[in-house]
Design a protein around this ligand. Structure first.
Ligand code: ZN
Ligand code: ZN
Length: 356
């Protein structure tokens, strides 16, 4: 194993112990196994998953933090990654066992062991909300050294969106619809624009519609003021959009997404819909119109690689999505900020709290 010899002996990590309860524990800095690297965490995004645990989903104790940028401080002897000591990296904190049906089928983001927990009562989770963390070589992606930490940690949400957009087969000049202008909707807008599409955003909030326009949306529509489907048809000679991405809106919006799709087009259900509703669809509509309805969940190795490259090359500006930066000692306040729907990502900065 190679490592920096000025590593501290102990580190802090945030442990979710119950609804609304996070404690900072001091534990030894872990030693990587041969296939692992030790990452000094520099920035972590507070995603919906962490917010769910903060609100009370459990099981506890939970170690949150899966949107991670950091620096390699030690490398196990069997690591093959191109990332060397001192390199800026981002971590795809998603366990792949490599042995289950889905891993063997090449769908390792659906690995049945991705959320395995150790024995009840033992702390589990991605563990990025800490001064240091361990990651397997395949989970570590190098970033260009000039990427700010706060943007580098947003590789994971961007990777979920590169995968989603990739599933729709957008062609130059297509019309794309995105429902919802939260951070995920806005990232869809930016990526669809990069694929040469005209983008329509459907979003009830006037403030968010304005933000969507700033991020490149060509047209916006308020789905509470009239029919989103009629609006899309009117913009496409009555045909519908080639690709429709559902990021938010509820079951009626899912049904509208299907109706707003052109013959031969694709609907991607990116967002989850709560509590767990059924939606209705016209079977003959799908049959005659050959519409593809698909879902997307998480990121895979290729979409993560794409996102790390796009952030490294500064092809997508992630700065507008950083709403607040708080030190690890203030993680509680970070969650209170993250709960405000006007904020996009709240970033937690371990270590000394100094960015770059
Ligand atoms: Zn995330
Ligand atoms: Zn697996």
């Amino acid at each position: 194993m190679s490592q920096r010899n000025d590593l501290p002996k102990t580190m802090r990590r945030a442990v979710f112990t119950g609804p609304g309860q996070i404690t900072l524990e001091t534990v030894p800095v872990p030693v990587p196994a041969p296939d692992q690297m030790l990452i000094e965490v520099k920035a972590v995004g507070l995603c919906t998953m962490e917010q769910r645990f903060y609100k009370g989903s459990g099981p506890y104790p939970f170690l949150g933090g899966h949107e991670i940028a950091g620096v390699v401080r030690a490398r196990g002897s069997a690591v093959m990654s191109e990332a060397q000591l001192g390199d800026l990296v981002t971590v795809a904190q998603l366990t792949r066992c490599g042995e289950c049906y889905f891993c063997r089928r090449g769908l390792d983001h659906l690995c049945v062991h991705a959320d395995d927990q150790p024995a009840p009562g033992a702390a589990w989770g991605p563990g990025g909300l800490a001064d240091f963390m361990l990651a397997r070589g395949y989970e570590v992606y190098r970033l260009n050294p000039d990427v700010p930490y706060e943007e580098g940690c947003l590789t994971e949400p961007l990777a979920c969106c590169t995968r989603s957009v990739g599933r729709a087969g957008i062609r130059f000049g297509d019309t794309v619809v995105v429902t919802g202008a939260g951070i995920m909707g806005l990232l869809h807008v930016k990526l669809a624009k990069l694929r040469g599409a005209r983008v329509i955003v459907s979003e009830p909030s006037a403030a968010r519609r304005r933000v969507a326009e700033e991020h490149g949306a060509d047209l916006t529509v308020d789905p509470t003021a009239g029919s989103m489907v009629d609006f899309v048809r009117a913009q496409t000679d009555g045909r519908g959009a080639e690709a429709v991405f559902y990021t938010a809106g509820g079951p009626r919006t899912v049904e509208d997404c299907i109706k707003a799709t052109v013959k031969g087009g694709t609907v991607v259900l990116y967002g989850s819909t709560h509590p767990d509703p059924n939606v209705s669809l016209n079977a003959n509509g799908i049959h005659y119109d050959e519409i593809t309805i698909t879902g997307t969940y998480r990121q895979d190795r290729e979409s993560f690689r794409e996102a790390a490259r796009m952030i490294s090359l500064r092809e997508v500006d992630m700065r507008p999505f950083v709403s607040a930066v708080v030190p690890l000692s203030d993680v509680d306040r970070g969650f209170k900020l993250a709960a405000n729907p006007e904020n996009y990502r709240v970033i937690v900065v371990p270590g000394t709290g100094a960015g770059k």
